[in-house]
Design a protein around this ligand. Sequence first.
Ligand code: BJW
Ligand code: ZN
Length: 262
Amino acid sequence: MVKESEAITDDVAELVTSAHRVAVLTGAGISAESGVPTFREAQTGLWERFSAEDLATVEAFENDPALVWTWYRWRQSLIQAVEPNPGHAALADWQARLRARQGELSIITQNVDDLHERAGAEVLGHLHGSIFTHRCVDCAEPAELPAPQYNGFEPPAESEHPPPCAVCGHGVLRPNVVWFAEMLPAEAFEDASAAIRSADLVLVVGTSGIVQPAASLPLLAMERRTPLVEVNPEPTELTEVMDYSLRGPSGTLLAQMVQASR
Ligand code: BJW
Ligand code: ZN
């Protein structure tokens, strides 16, 4: 039976203090306090008629490449314009202190942003890729692009076409993210599975737990009876497999946990 609370309890503080190998699965919610919208929030501007699920597909990109390309370039501008928040900072701090004691804190993220890294943490795996790199849809060659020049806080009035590939000449560029029905990067998924299997504490932070196969990773901990702690203001698809659900923003709750780990 999951134990819910709005602040860190003595039980959770005890788990945090004794944990030597921690695995953390993060989702869009950890970046929400930085000002990055989550996936289930309504879209704005050119994309207001669409949900994120409508846009994050190969079919959407094939049907309207400019609409989807501009969504990604604009989100890239938004991410570059915001800063990591206390939740990202708390994980970076906890990782550094566990490493100093020969322990480990492995960050596995579904996010395509770089806010964990900019807070000073090392990320074990970006399960859904990165919004900052690009490749050709046809020949898969990576391509370097200048940073987009959008105002990240205001959606653009017009869309732009994806640039052509300079290598093969017939493909166009796409972001190196994982769209629905695409395979996750195998190495990142295997590393994530191994980190969760070898952890003595698993945290699930800011994810709705709707999207597979990432949402199945915490089940690897459940099978081993490794303590599972969720940090999310709302109940999720994963709540019922948790030992503890901390109901609040990750910026506040992760800072409390790291305080307890000192
Ligand atoms: C806070 C907070 C605060 C707010 N503090 N928390 C049936 C048909 C077809 C496919 C499927 C099917 N059933 C299952 C599938 C597979 C499919 C899937 O899971 N679909 C579901 C929708 C059902 N999965 C896939 O297709 C995956 N590939 C795959 O399975 O390959 C095998 C296969 C091949 C062929 C056919 C079928 C399968 C690929 C999944 C790729 C996901 N990609 C995206 C887009 C990435 C690029 C981009 O950024 O645009 O990844 S979708 C989107 O969802 C993104 C996210 O990483 C991912 C997860 O979302 P997340 O992080 O959980 O965000 P939200 O918004 O859902 O939740 C935010 C949470 O934060 C909430 O809980 C809030 O309460 C909380 N929060 N403020 C803490 N301050
Ligand atoms: Zn090409």
